[in-house]
Write a protein that binds this ligand. Structure first.
Ligand SMILES: [Zn+2]
Length: 557
């Protein structure tokens, strides 16, 4: 360990110091202590809050204009030490005790939707809070209900000045208790002596009261606001507990608006996408990436269908992480969407789409029918299984709802994205018919393994990147289709076709790798799903249903 000891002259007398160079020097400054005159003791400056836990002095602010720079030397640290000691002697540092108990300049930024969820939550639980390294951010890492109330895992944030991070003891992660109290902010006792007893009274059971006694940091979730309360913590929370209490004012904001205004500054367009409802059938590697890209574009209503759980071998190509293994894929993708937009509405349907009857009220197609009835509804089918694709095709054609069919084929060598606009483009069945008539034209029929989805086969390392590229084309086609339906609100340049074939190597589907080819396929007049050439006479019930649908469609347009 490299260190130096010596004395410096200050306006308030000669002072002894010790500097220790950390292993990270020069990226980090020397650690600096003031010593007693004989060098035997470290002088304690904790009363001012500009001190680290090891009693070394905080000489360099995190502000880049005043902070430490790698080109500085120990001389800079000594200059700062002199200034620190002189300022302190002149009373220029606020003492922790002098910080007012109530303040209105600290604001907790809480998305409206989360604040509402917190207030409805009831009960109580544990939370973890940590000040960001630069000392400006307070973050509730997770709020896990240990009572039967809902588990809230979304972050709350607050801008905090460095002295407050020190005062709240948040330079290290800190556990606390949150509790929902059916009172208003005004009803909270202003006296810190009465407050402790008051909170204990409000807690629903003995377990919560025990936890309350063990925790110093309390988040009160009140009817009309949030309050952070710090109890029994002072300048030296570990050794010298001193009763203290600090309020932090909540500041609710429309986080969703800020997310999208910041990136695109065109909330009008995003507004159109926020109204849209996108169903994604199959949220494996391909479908999950489509969902995340659409969420980033501003789509905020999703219906996700998938029967599977996330397996370890999925992680390399899926948006899910190791900590989500064994969770349903629909939940994993829902989390990924909420990480981007906490206010997104996601319906999770952990089921496969199949032609087998599953019983009244349990049929997952019900959720898709809801989407087809939505004026800006669209179904993305990313299962690459003929059965699910066929079900989606029928739903789209019957309910006049656009559908996007996407698949990565072979060892992710090829991707196919095509859309079905009922009455305009060929439907999925028309495309199948064209494939049967001319197999060499389509990757799926070119080789035996082409019909097997890429994620069921071994491939090159990094195969997930090819999946991502097809996912991007799919998401883009989805946005373009929503744009065309939103009456000019969103004006995406159009792909020059409805059927795109992508390849990661040239010489077959396209002349070079990483290109997309447009395949023009005519509508099949004799198609049993969308064709008009071989219509069977309808039964009376079917006639009625069709008439109702047409009225419904007229109302929409
Ligand atoms: Zn058809």
């Amino acid at each position: 360990m490299t260190f130096a000891e010596g004395t410096v002259d200050t306006a308030v007398g000669s002072r002894r110091y010790r500097l220790v160079w950390p292993p990270e020097f020069p990226l980090r400054p020397p650690v600096t202590w003031e010593l007693s005159a004989d060098g035997a003791d470290v002088i304690d400056h904790r009363a001012h809050g500009y001190t680290f836990r090891d009693l070394s002095l905080c000489l360099f602010a995190h502000d880049p204009r005043q902070g430490w720079r790698p080109e500085y030397t120990a001389g800079e640290a000594l200059d700062r030490l002199v200034a620190y000691l002189e300022q302190e002697a002149h009373g220029e540092f606020p003492r922790i005790e002098d910080i007012p108990l109530t303040t209105d300049f600290i604001r907790v930024s809480v998305p409206l939707s989360i604040a509402a969820a917190l207030r409805q939550g009831g009960g109580w639980g544990i939370l973890t809070v940590r000040g960001r390294k630069d000392g400006r951010l307070l973050r509730v890492m997770s709020v896990d209900g240990t009572s039967p109330s809902p588990i809230i895992t979304r972050p709350l944030e607050a801008d905090l000045e460095a002295p407050w991070v020190a005062a709240l003891g948040l330079d290290h992660p800190r556990q606390g208790l949150w509790c929902r109290i059916n009172k208003t902010v005004e009803q909270v006792p202003s006296s810190r002596h009465r407050l402790e007893g008051w909170i204990r009274q409000q807690l629903p059971n003995e377990h919560a009261r025990q936890l309350f006694m063990a925790q110093a940091l309390i988040l009160l979730v009140l009817n009309d606001g949030l309050r952070f309360v710090l109890i029994k913590a002072g300048t030296t929370p570990d050794t010298n507990p001193e009763e203290r209490l600090i309020y932090v004012e909540p500041f609710e904001e429309n986080l969703e608006e800020r997310i999208f205004r910041r990136v695109d500054d065109r909330l009008g367009g995003v507004g159109g996408l926020q109204r849209a409802q996108v169903a994604i059938v199959g949220v494996g590697s391909l479908g999950s990436s489509v969902a995340v890209v659409l969420a980033k574009a501003g789509v905020s209503k999703f219906v996700l269908l998938d029967p599977e759980l996330l397996d370890p071998e999925n992680v390399a190509r899926h948006v899910g992480g190791v900590d989500e293994i064994c969770l349903p894929k629909v939940e994993v993708v829902s989390r990924a969407i909420h990480r981007i937009n906490p206010a997104a509405e996601v319906v999770q349907v952990q089921a496969a789409l199949s032609l087998d009857p599953v019983g009244w009220g349990k049929d997952p197609t019900q959720h898709l029918i809801e989407v087809t009835r939505h004026p800006l509804g669209i179904i993305v089918c990313a299962t690459a299984t003929t059965e699910a694709e066929s079900v989606v095709n029928h739903l789209c054609v019957i309910h006049a709802c656009p559908g996007i069919f996407t698949a990565v084929l072979g060892r992710a060598e090829h991707g196919r994205v095509f859309r079905v606009l009922p009455g305009v483009t060929p439907c999925y069945q028309c495309v199948l018919n064209a494939q049967y008539a001319e197999p060499g034209r389509f990757p799926r029929f070119d080789r035996v393994d082409m019909g097997v989805p890429a994620y069921q086969q071994q491939g090159l390392p990094g195969l997930g990147m090819d999946v991502e590229q097809v996912a991007l084309i799919t998401a883009r086609m989805t946005l373009q289709t929503l744009g065309e339906r939103s009456e000019g609100e969103l004006d995406y340049p159009k792909a020059h076709g409805d059927h795109l074939i992508w390849s990661n190597h040239g010489g077959w589907a396209v002349d070079g790798p990483l290109q997309t080819r447009v395949e023009l396929i005519p509508r099949d007049r004799a198609c049993p799903v969308c064709g008009i050439g071989n219509e069977l006479p309808l039964s009376l019930e079917e006639e009625k249903e069709l008439a109702a649908l047409q009225v419904d469609r007229l109302k929409r347009s």
